[in-house]
Design a protein around this ligand. Structure first.
Ligand SMILES: Cc1cc2nc3c(=O)[nH]c(=O)nc-3n(C[C@H](O)[C@H](O)[C@H](O)COP(=O)(O)OP(=O)(O)OC[C@H]3O[C@@H](n4cnc5c(N)ncnc54)[C@H](O)[C@@H]3O)c2cc1C
Length: 469
């Protein structure tokens, strides 16, 4: 039986329950026979091609509760979709019920308390637009149409994370519809185990219907660094970067990445070659930021320098065009405690062997406020690590699927052989049990126990803690 047929059969088997849900929803229910089913089951990553039994577009908490009850009554696995951006497509349960929260986007800012409460369908672009109106922001992702929900549940790194911690570290509380259909609040004082799991444990513990965040002042203008160098300089420059990073100010978020040097009249001979770009921002006084970045702009081999000043919201959408919906993507990540010679050389060599032009290998700095949170305080692991390397293949031609996926896998393996550690949830293309164990290590047992308490039937799949535990 093919996957489409399996989904249609699951929908038929759940017939009466699904019919009742369709009439109960304020939103909309899409089943396999519907004309818009194929559009509705698509996610950001064009590599994901799963067939759910139904997609419940929820508009309210009562819609979410109805959908959870239906999944229970019909014994359907349930997944939760908010921004639909996870590279593994974990928000689509094959032959299950997708509880779609994308129409539940709203933002309420309290400028006096410096907090924002948002619906699960909110994107970072929507979040930033509302909070910066009051000169405030929180740690969030660097592409504007990524969902606040999934990013926060997986930890969440961004330009503010060295200064203010992960997105999850700024979470003050969450409303959650649990597997039994009840609505509970989780915070530092209520349902504390669930709150712990929501901060870095990824999905699978319920449907979050509201997130409350702490906000911080953000300057009107930020210094932005963007300087390309030829790849041959990478080992030396990354060594300088590692030394800088040991006592860099928290405001500095400099993240070198390997990619293709853009075509630019300033360096006509290098466009299309693999290079290393020093990219990032300083989330404080832009004059100080520009002085801070000067050392990475003065190399005699600098090819293109597009460093500038910009607003936080512009910066937050500056990379959007590089990640269009429907393209093919496969990503993995590794932790790096030290950028040793072996790791720096591996990074350069693997970048040189990338099978397509739209790849990147990003060296994202942790440290600062991320590392000052106690190791066991949230479900996010490896507080003490210095960098996360994210290995990203982005392509269009389906005939090159295999080579792109293999390049990412081999690059992760090469870096791990050179001393790097396991992945982080938000940038991991696999959802298998071995990867889950690797993701959570010493936190695995605690997350497993919480999952058994809040979802004993294993109703929610697609997070890291589903039927595999
Ligand atoms: C272009 C792009 C840029 C990115 N940039 C960053 C970045 O800067 N920093 C970073 O840390 N990550 C980044 N990511 C990774 C991103 O954080 C994850 O992909 C995240 O899961 C996306 O959240 P979402 O709501 O869009 O995803 P979805 O695919 O909708 O959800 C992912 C998973 O989260 C869970 N989930 C979603 N909504 C809910 C909910 N309401 N209640 C309970 N569980 C839920 C589910 O288990 C679901 O399977 C980026 C991803 C992309 C594609």
């Amino acid at each position: 039986m093919d996957d489409r047929t399996a989904a249609a059969r699951a929908a038929d088997a759940a017939g009466d329950d699904i019919d009742e849900l369709a009439s109960a929803l304020r939103g909309e229910l899409v089943r396999p026979a519907a004309d818009d089913y194929d559009d509705a089951r698509r996610v950001w990553n064009g590599m994901v091609n799963r067939y759910p039994a139904a997609i419940a577009y929820c508009k309210s908490v009562s819609d979410v509760r109805s959908a959870v009850r239906t999944a229970n009554e019909a014994a359907l696995p349930a997944s939760v979709r908010s921004g639909g951006h996870h590279v593994a497509g974990s928000c689509i349960a094959a032959a299950g019920l997708v509880i779609d929260c994308s129409r539940m986007g709203w933002v309420r800012v309290d400028p006096r308390d410096r907090t924002a409460t948002v619906g699960p369908g909110t994107t970072w672009g929507e979040f930033d637009r509302e909070t910066t109106e009051f000169g405030l922001a929180t740690s969030g992702g660097v592409v504007s149409d990524t969902g606040v929900a999934g990013l926060t549940l997986g930890g969440g790194t961004g330009y503010l994370s060295r200064k203010h911690g992960l997105a999850a570290d700024n979470l003050l509380g969450a409303d959650v519809v649990t597997a039994d259909g009840e609505l509970v609040h989780a915070s530092a004082t209520e349902n504390t185990d669930l709150f712990w799991a929501l901060r870095g444990g990824d999905g699978g513990f319920g449907v979050v219907t509201a997130f409350e965040f702490e906000l911080h002042p953000i300057p009107d203008e930020l210094a932005v660094c963007s300087v390309w160098y030829p790849a041959e300089r990478a080992e030396e420059l990354l060594s300088e970067f590692a030394a800088y990073q040991t006592d860099a100010p928290d405001e500095s978020l400099l993240s070198p990445y390997f990619g293709q040097i853009p075509d630019d009249p300033a360096c006509p001979d290098h466009g299309g070659e693999v290079g290393l770009c020093f990219s990032g921002t300083y989330v404080g006084d832009p004059d100080v930021g520009e002085r801070e970045f000067e050392r990475f702009r003065q190399g005699e081999d600098a090819l293109i320098d597009e460093s500038t000043r910009t607003s936080y919201t512009e910066l937050q959408s500056d990379s959007d065009s590089g990640f269009p919906h429907g393209r093919r993507y496969y990503w993995k990540s590794v932790y790096v405690d030290e950028l040793t010679t072996e790791i720096r050389t591996s990074l350069r060599r693997r970048a040189a062997s990338a099978p397509n032009e739209e790849f990147s290998i990003i060296v994202w700095p942790m440290g600062g406020a991320v590392n000052r949170v106690e190791a066991g305080e949230t479900a996010f692991r490896r507080r003490d690590t210095a960098f996360v390397c994210s290995i990203e293949a982005n392509w269009d031609d389906p005939r090159t699927n295999h080579e792109n996926v293999e390049w990412v896998r081999e690059t992760a393996e090469t870096l791990r052989d050179a001393g790097a550690g396991g992945p982080i949830p938000n940038f991991e293309g696999e959802t298998d049990a071995a990867t889950t164990n690797d993701l959570y290590g010493e936190h695995y047992e605690h997350l497993h126990d919480i999952k058994e308490t809040v979802d004993p039937e294993g109703r929610f799949v697609g997070g890291r803690f589903d039927e595999t535990g």
